[in-house]
Design a protein around this ligand. Structure first.
Ligand code: NAD
Length: 488
């Protein structure tokens, strides 16, 4: 497939191509151009030209176009979910959910965007009017990771467009096809240049970050890339919206029924083969139940079915690429060397010789010196650690440099209150891990970055705020020069 610039598909000036691979079969699905700095410049110029008209388009009209895009996505939901499955690997059922969340994010921001205009504030003098207006930035650079290619794009693109910005999107080099397909089916009714897609890897993204006509970069990805982007953007004082990695804890209260604890934990840590920013990667279990819990969890996890995401019986798909799998295997090997025990999984399944599969693992005897408990794993692992009392559980949950989400399983209101007050994370889930809400802001604290997506907060990220002070009478003021003279 080709890039999408100024309303048309193009190979641009690119001479190199990237192969997009199905991680379940290792077959090449397609190729896309490696966009150059020239292509980025062409896309930014188109978006800059389109900005003038798009900003002046009434919010009601913009809302209509966004709803139409959502309708078209819904009409093509099956095709999009299928493409996501072969490109990214997770089961079709999860991708059907992703497509639903994608198009309804456009519906949500179409509505929110047309209500949003700023506010009047009290003037300092009755002859004056003071008001706060919210204005779009201009061209927004949207840089997207691979694990939820359409959803995480929607969380940026929908509010950016609703607020009156235009966009240049840089999808992940691993999963560009679904984004390009989205342009083909859902954005053909937009004025040319309002939405553009430049494909490529890090260098293409970096050209977008460096471009002087892109005042805001909305980025989701790893902490390392976020740091790199921040270092480039800092001298230019660019506004950054950063959604970075996580190392989320899940705490199981002593009052929780075993079956609920087992099923909630497996889901929280293993959906999309653990390749979710909010995966529960550290599981803390009350010491009174960890023995039985680890046995039952290992049995349940051992029964989950690995395979192609297109097979309706698959629970867990492949990892995206061999090097991501090797990173998980490396963390597991290091933990085992330091005394950890793998109760189940952690191996490449012999019945699936092709594809980048890894059996989901349950691990005990872990501690916070291990990378498995400190660094983002982004794979199918459930390391279990006991806690004595709730003070210790909270201290362990907070013992991380990251702060995206945190889950507590408990029906004890006193534990719940302590958990949401004391745990430092952008989303707190009680008894229902990893569930989003269109109106609920999503984002992180600490090294996860401070951006917020979804909700009113997710729209505000795409507005600049301007205070207008208007002296309607416009008389000469007593406090102007010259000072202390009778001419006043
Ligand atoms: P990544 O940081 O490797 O890449 C993300 C995007 O940045 C890709 O499009 C990539 O091409 C681009 N990129 C790479 N180097 C760049 C540079 N120097 N300048 C500009 N762009 C550059 O991340 P990934 O592997 O695609 O995604 C996984 C990571 O994303 C994990 O750390 C995960 O936790 C995080 N993530 C966070 C959230 C969240 O909401 N906080 C959601 C999903 C994923």
């Amino acid at each position: 497939m080709r890039m999408y610039i100024n309303g048309a598909f193009t190979s641009g000036s690119a001479s190199d191509k990237i192969a997009v691979i199905n991680p379940a079969t290792e077959e090449i699905l397609d190729t896309v151009p490696v966009g150059t700095a020239v292509d980025v410049n062409t896309a930014v110029s188109a978006a800059k030209t389109a900005f003038f008209g798009w900003k002046r388009t009434p919010a009601f009209e913009r809302a209509g176009l966004l709803h139409e895009a959502a309708r078209k996505m819904q009409d093509h939901a099956e095709e999009l979910a299928h493409l996501l499955t072969v490109e990214e690997g997770k089961p079709l059922e999860e991708n059907e959910e992703e497509v639903f969340w994608t198009y309804d994010t456009f519906n949500y921001y179409a509505e929110l965007g047309r209500h949003e205009r700023g506010r009047f504030i009290p003037p300092g003098d009755p002859d004056q009017l003071n008001f706060v207006i919210k204005e779009p930035y201009g061209v927004v650079g949207c840089i997207i990771p691979w694990n939820f290619p359409l959803l995480l794009l929607a969380w940026k693109l929908a509010p950016a467009l609703a607020a009156g910005n235009t966009a240049v999107i840089k999808p992940s080099e691993y999963t560009p096809l679904s984004t390009l397909k989205l342009m083909e089916i859902a954005f053909d009714h937009f004025p040319p240049g309002v939405v553009n897609v430049v494909t490529g890897a890090g260098a293409t993204g970096e050209a977008l970050v460096r471009h002087p006509d892109v005042p805001l970069i909305a980025f989701t990805g790893s902490v390392a890339t976020g740091q790199r982007i921040a270092s480039i953007a800092a001298p230019m004082m660019k506004k950054l919206h950063l959604e970075l990695g996580g190392k989320d804890p899940l705490v199981i209260g002593p009052d929780v029924a075993m079956e609920l604890a087992v099923k909630a934990t497996a889901y929280a840590g293993l959906i999309n083969a653990g390749q979710v920013c909010t995966s529960s990667e550290r599981i803390y279990v009350h010491e009174g139940m960890i023995g039985r819990f680890s046995e039952e969890l290992a049995e349940f996890v051992g029964s989950l079915r690995l395979g192609s995401g297109l097979d309706p019986d698959t629970d867990i798909g492949p990892m995206l690429r061999p090097h991501f799998r090797e990173k998980v295997e490396g963390q597991l090997a290091e933990a085992v060397q330091a005394g950890a025990k793998v109760l189940v999984g952690g191996k490449r399944p012999s019945h699936l010789p092709r594809g980048f599969f890894l059996e989901p693992a349950v691990i005990v005897n872990v501690d916070h010196r291990m990378a498995l408990m400190r660094e983002e794993t982004f794979g199918p692992t459930l390391p279990l650690m006991p806690y004595r009392d709730f003070d210790e559980a909270i201290a362990l949950a907070n013992d991380t440099t990251m702060g995206l989400g945190a889950t507590l399983l408990s029906h004890d209101a006193r534990l719940v209150k302590r958990f949401f007050e004391e745990v430092k994370a952008g989303t707190i889930w009680i008894n229902d891990p990893l569930t989003d809400n269109f109106a609920g802001p999503f984002g992180g604290m600490k090294m996860t970055g401070g951006g917020r997506e979804l909700g009113q907060e997710g729209l505000d990220e795409f507005y600049e705020v301007k205070h207008v002070h208007w002296d309607v009478e416009g008389k000469i003021k007593s406090y102007w020069f010259p000072y202390g003279k009778e001419t006043k």
